[in-house]
Design a protein around this ligand. Structure first.
Ligand code: MN
Length: 155
């Protein structure tokens, strides 16, 4: 029993030692080219700036997504959820079967796993958000059909 404890302590020590051996990594702004949002997944003008990839430690991709007025994602789900942090402008988010909601800079939106939804700019203003999309079995999004104009803006 004492031997087991000693081995456990050694493993814990080695674990923390290798932790200290890691180095802080700064990814400089605009070090990755912007990517136009694909026509199959978005309506309108959308630009994606990848910020940080999914790794064993992060378990999520992180990107800045910028929507022109009227632009939005297609309907989709996230197998392990998604965090949105609005950076600028004014946007809309809608969960299927619920009312569309306004989102503003500073708002933090948690999209639970397997929840059908879309997000984008409002009809009259652009919007940008950081999106943290958590990975499950190598996937972080499952795309569905486009959001129609009627669904996007019923008013
Ligand atoms: Mn989403």
């Amino acid at each position: 029993m004492k031997k087991l404890f000693a081995v456990a302590l050694l493993i814990a020590f080695l674990g923390s030692a290798s932790g200290y051996a890691q180095t802080i990594e700064i990814t400089r702004n605009a070090s990755t080219p912007s990517i136009p949002g694909g026509k199959e997944y978005f309506t309108g003008r959308v630009v994606v700036d990848p910020l940080y990839p999914a790794t064993a430690q992060t378990g999520a991709t992180t990107g800045l997504v910028t929507f022109a007025p009227g632009a939005r994602t297609a309907w989709h789900t996230h197998p392990a959820g998604q965090l949105l942090i609005v950076q600028s402008g004014k946007g809309w988010v809608q969960q299927d079967g619920q009312a569309r909601q306004v989102i503003n800079p500073g708002d933090v939106i948690w999209i639970p796993a397997n929840t059908r939804h879309w997000h984008g700019a409002t009809a009259n203003n652009g919007m940008s958000h950081i999106a943290v999309s958590y990975m499950k079995d190598g996937q972080n999004v499952i795309w569905k059909e486009q959001v129609t104009d009627k669904q996007y803006n019923p008013e």
